[in-house]
Ligand binder design. Structure first.
Ligand code: ATP
Ligand code: MG
Length: 690
């Protein structure tokens, strides 16, 4: 294979086929590129493609890597296992789960974050605890930390919820994301034969973004790799940004101890021009706890100066960014070359409003994810229940959607009956003593599921199954009656079909296995994985764009209390925040624009924040400030009512919601998961501020 397009150090790493290797290098130095070429080169050197396991941090990164390997060496490139830790574990468990010796079966269900939080809420309610005090977001986070080995104790009542939550998951043959990793590790630790088999299967292991692996993930690498020790890791200590989730940079020290790798350093940045790199170098040099004090340098020239912009309000800032994007696009940039990055999810909404007004196509990550939209989950639940009638969680989701007069009391009765008799809720339908109309409704629901099952097992084509489900269940009709919003939801379901259609080639195994893999992937997906070839501006948190690059990057809301966040106070936390800023800066290839606002509406009040210390850290004065020519653009007048983005509102039918976007024509409100997001004309009487 030609190793054109690599420098000497990169070639050295690519050619080191056997033994452990650690590539430790700064942002944009070609670590991921080197790892990808190495996979291709291994196959080119007759290493059996399916003996290669590469783990990456996001599904998107995995997909890009696969495409790249196929580009380099052709269809053989499809054979290596290139996936995230979670997808790898999900597949492992489909085959090996019976070794747990537990009640789990291979058709276990993966619960995404929202599902898991719902189970927590139900549990809190069942235990008669105060849902405000035992908030599901907070508990989910704690539970995750316990499962990751970060916490070892919970307060008494929390512990009760934790135990009940896990029991519920077990009884319902389901797992959260943390369980996927933990159970995989448990099986490998306790079953020598299984471990042997997997050590033989994956003789070559590669890990991207090693700095963000947590202790459980490291243990997995250690177990799988300890026999042949062909483990290749790439990472950058300055980009370690998941400490709060238990990522542990000590893993690198352990790796040195356990694998005694050859160490390769890459010192040339190929991504960014020098003004950007100088800002990055200055910034990170303020961290005292650094593993190396490397400087990034590139041959790409000075490039444009880094721009710093201050605006009166958060809204002005959003309009500034919108105008600046227009100017960049006018000057030849495409929308997809541009990213707007911030520290925490809540900041994104105000940009949505400005971009809508300016007709700037954008995709916002971390809002209500495509894969957690109600209509998408409903369709997936119909499919799952048709395939696996024991899946009570899916059953509960759709038994009365569309409405078929099966009320909460009936559902609770079914659940209790099923629990007592150790059968599924689906089976309980026939056995439970319920009369009259409800009985009929239950039977016709069951009939629908049977028809869907026949369809799936005869044709194994999920796109057709979705069409059938839309018709049979009355779902399509229900959406039609919802008008415009129903149309959006219908379009989402069509998008789901195209994901099924496009994804079908990626899977191996029997028809049923393929379908199960598709469903697993759906549970593990994030918006970042949606087809993003579309020409849209990416609006995201910095964490979400790790490893990616953009011609122009706007880092917005660069303000104290926002970034660094007001929840980070300790020395270590501030240093981690600074690394997050460093990751943001180093995403930019050509242009970096930093902005902050004097006033920001946050947590229901107006805040006055000073500029982020990280701007100061970048020492831009040396860069000589220069402004992008952006006309002063004030935000258009908004029809006045007292409802603002972020406010809680009450609606007679939909209950409590939060305003997620507002301009003078429309106000968007997110209600509970059952109702989702609704649009209102601004000033609408039906919304009452609470
Ligand atoms: P990060 O730390 O952000 O994950 P990285 O070290 O993984 O960065 P890559 O994403 O692999 O870096 O590479 C950064 C950019 O530099 C990419 O556009 C890549 O194609 C390019 N690049 C890497 N090596 C070379 C090279 N030898 N010649 C030309 N371009 C290169
Ligand atoms: Mg990378």
């Amino acid at each position: 294979m030609q190793l054109k397009g690599l420098n000497d150090h990169q070639i050295q790493a690519v050619k080191a086929l056997e033994g452990a290797v650690a590539v430790i290098a700064g942002a944009g130095s070609g670590k991921t590129r080197t790892l990808t070429y190495r996979i291709a080169n291994m196959i080119d050197n007759n290493i059996f493609p399916s003996s290669i396991l590469a783990v990456t941090f996001t599904n998107k990164a995995a997909r890009e890597m696969k495409e790249r390997v196929v580009d380099l060496i052709g269809p053989q490139g499809f054979a290596p296992m290139i996936s995230t830790f979670h997808s790898f574990c999900a597949r492992f468990l489909r085959d090996e789960i019976e070794h747990l010796g537990d009640t789990y079966t291979r058709h276990y269900l993966i619960l995404d974050e929202d599902d898991a939080k719902q189970v927590i809420r139900d549990t809190v309610k069942e235990l008669n605890l105060d849902p405000n005090r035992y908030n599901s977001n907070r508990l989910k986070d704690y539970f995750s930390k316990v499962k990751n080995g970060q916490y070892d104790s919970l307060e008494y009542e929390e512990e009760k919820v934790f135990i009940k939550y896990n029991e519920y998951l077990k009884v319902n043959n389901s797992m959260d994301f943390d369980d996927l990793l933990n159970y995989t590790l448990k099986i490998l630790k306790e079953n020598k034969a299984v471990l042997d088999m997997f050590q033989e299967r994956y003789k070559y292991i590669l890990v991207d973004e090693f700095q963000d692996t947590n202790i459980i993930q490291y243990e997995l690498i250690l177990l799988l790799g300890s026999k042949y020790k062909n483990v290749f890791i790439v990472g950058d200590p300055d980009q370690s940004i998941y400490g709060f989730r238990g990522a542990n940079y000590e893993n690198y020290t352990f790796f040195l101890r356990d694998f005694k790798p050859q160490i390769i350093v890459l010192d040339q940045n190929y991504r960014s021009s020098m003004h950007i790199l100088t800002a990055a170098n200055n910034l990170i040099s303020n961290n005292r706890n650094r593993k190396t004090d490397k400087l990034l340098k590139s041959d790409l020239g000075d490039g444009p100066l880094v721009i710093k912009e201050v605006r009166e309000s958060d809204k002005d800032e959003a309009y500034f960014v919108a105008r600046a994007i227009e100017i960049l696009v006018h000057g030849g940039y495409q929308f997809k070359d541009i990213a707007v990055l911030y520290r925490s999810n809540a900041i994104g909404r105000i940009f949505e409003e400005a971009f809508l007004r300016y007709n700037i196509p954008y995709i916002i990550y971390g809002g209500i994810s495509f894969f957690s939209r109600k209509e998408i989950k409903d369709m997936l639940s119909y499919i799952r229940l048709a395939l696996f009638e024991h899946d009570n969680i899916s059953l509960k989701r759709i038994i009365n959607t569309p409405r078929r007069k099966i009320g909460q009391t009936t559902i609770s009765k079914l659940e209790a009956y099923a629990a007592i008799h150790h059968i599924s809720m689906y089976e309980a339908i026939d056995r439970i003593n319920i009369g009259g109309q409800t009985r009929e409704a239950l039977q016709s629901f069951k009939k629908i599921i049977q028809v869907l099952r026949d369809e799936i097992t005869q044709i194994y084509d999920l796109t057709q199954v979705v069409d059938l489900a839309l018709q049979l269940t009355g779902y399509e009709e229900m959406l039609r009656l919802e008008g415009n919003e129903g149309k959006d939801r219908y379009d989402n379901i069509q998008e789901l079909k195209s994901i099924f259609y496009n994804g079908a080639v990626d899977y191996k195994g029997t028809n049923l296995e393929k379908i199960e893999q598709i469903l697993d992937d759906m549970a593990l997906k994030t918006d970042l994985d949606l087809e993003d070839d579309k020409n849209t501006v990416k609006v995201a948190t910095i964490h979400q764009v790790k490893g990616l690059e953009f011609k122009a990057v706007f880092m917005v809301a660069m303000e104290e209390t926002v970034f660094p966040s007001d929840i980070s106070g300790s020395f270590t936390e501030i240093e981690e925040e600074r690394r997050v800023a460093y990751v943001g800066v180093t995403r930019a290839k050509e242009r970096l624009i930093l902005s902050h606002a004097k006033q920001r509406f946050r947590y229901g009040q107006t805040q006055y924040n000073s500029p982020s210390r990280f701007i100061e850290d970048m020492d831009l004065e040396k860069n000589k400030e220069k402004r992008l020519v952006v006309e002063q653009e004030v935000a258009p007048e908004v029809v006045q009512d007292d409802i603002h983005v972020g406010d809680s509102v009450l609606h007679e039918k939909y209950g409590k919601g939060v305003v997620v976007m507002k301009n003078d024509e429309i106000t968007r409100v997110a209600f509970s998961i059952e109702f989702g997001i609704k649009l209102f004309t601004t000033g609408h009487q039906a919304l009452k501020k609470i």
